[in-house]
Design a protein around this ligand. Sequence first.
Ligand code: MN
Length: 254
Amino acid sequence: MRILVTNDDGIFAPGLLTLATVAAEFGEVVVVAPDRERSCCGHAMTMREPLRVTEVDYPVGRAFAVNGLPVDCVNVGLTVPYPDGCDLVLSGVNNGPNLGYDTTYSGTVAGAMEGAINGIRSIAFSMAGLRHGEPIRYEISGNWLREHWSWLTTLPITNETFINVNVPNEATGPVGFRLVPMGQRVYEERVEVREDPWGRPYYWQGGVYVLDRKQPGTDFEAIGDGFVSITPMTLDWTDHRVLAKLAERVNSLT
Ligand code: MN
């Protein structure tokens, strides 16, 4: 099995090494990752600048650093080390959660999305349930993936599906999992207004107030209960339920 491993935290991120190390137990691994942290870039790609690719020493497999984003890395991976394609794209393990609507900002999830666009089975991994100041325990992800590798990498999915996995940062024993839909993450006071030394306002958005609404049966609840959340995502953004209703409405008008 030929496996491409990428992330958005950069090629020296510990979570990437965790993922590559476990993957190497099951197949041939090539790491292609951004040369620095590029978190929160979503599904962006580099089009106005050249991509530079540098092979680097890495503890596992071959590895390439790219001056680009996760999407760029997947496409470089399918051009340089794997011109004939590969069997699996893994993205992560991200240094924070990718739950609910946050998945739309995620470079980690975008790496898996780009794998799916290229027709390759793809899975994103993130560490969730982090508490401020506590170390991120990537080994929980690694151990969980090792244990569940065989079915997780052979799930019956369509070629538009990719898988989003979040792993809780707290575990004392074996970690259970739930197959769940994504919930809705709502931010309050998303943009913080500050002032620079010259009295000019500037704005900082990001990790501010999160409304954790009770959302039974979602990825949030799974993580909150200490379970791994597994969410199948689709490239098809069409809202098929609304599409059918719209068609009904339009037909009734004409
Ligand atoms: Mn990240």
